[in-house]
Design a protein around this ligand. Structure first.
Ligand SMILES: CC(C)(COP(=O)(O)OP(=O)(O)OC[C@H]1O[C@@H](n2cnc3c(N)ncnc32)[C@H](O)[C@@H]1OP(=O)(O)O)[C@@H](O)C(=O)NCCC(=O)NCCS
Length: 164
């Protein structure tokens, strides 16, 4: 895909049934389908990016308090205090054939706007360590130590985006 391959993208809110297959294929390949069902999916805001009939990117956001960073003594992260009105980002995924072409950045911009318009003062996510640069490049901050999520076995790093 060329550098302008995403020009015709349509990015819009979606039903979870529309985006869950891509979420699953990118983030839980080979795992049971139910592993891609998130608590709160029924009331979350889901966003998809379509190139014609093909869904090429998706993400999900919903109200979920940020519990606050652990003390950073000796750790390399910002101490971001608890925020009960925060929103969380999950399921950020781009079709492997379209990664690195700006799709993810465009979807991320839309879901951040959704949370901001809902009045969220802060967004948070558990970023896969392998793609931390995707978030840091968009202004997100490391807000806690790396840990392994049991459902993936992969290292993750808590990240936040102040929306003030
Ligand atoms: C991570 C992901 C959502 C990024 O989407 P994308 O469409 O590939 O990213 P974009 O092309 O929009 O990149 C936007 C910026 O992030 C950077 N970026 C993208 N992936 C990166 C990575 N793995 N590491 C570091 N930086 C990355 C790009 O270089 C680009 O920077 P620039 O604006 O300076 O050019 C996508 O690659 C993906 O689905 N990966 C597999 C699943 C995954 O890890 N999801 C996130 C779980 S937390």
């Amino acid at each position: 895909m060329g550098a302008l391959g995403h020009v015709s993208l349509v990015i819009r809110r979606a039903d979870v049934a529309e985006i869950r297959p891509l979420r699953h294929a990118v983030l839980r390949p080979g795992q049971p389908d139910e592993d891609s069902v998130y608590a709160g999916d029924d009331t979350a805001v889901h966003v998809g990016a379509w190139d014609g009939e093909a869904l090429v990117g998706c993400a999900t956001v919903f109200a979920d308090p940020w519990s606050g960073s652990p003390a950073a003594t000796g750790g390399d992260w910002q101490e971001v205090p608890a925020e009960p009105a925060a929103w969380r980002l999950r399921g950020m995924a781009v079709d492997p054939g379209r990664q690195g072409d700006g799709v993810g950045a465009r979807v991320l911009t839309v879901v951040v706007d959704v949370a901001r318009e809902a009045g969220a003062p802060l967004m948070w996510a558990n970023a896969r360590s392998a793609v931390l640069g995707f978030y840091l490049g968009s202004g997100w901050l490391v807000a806690g130590p790396e840990f392994i999520t049991p459902d993936t076995g992969l290292p993750h790093i808590p990240v936040v985006l102040p929306l003030g």
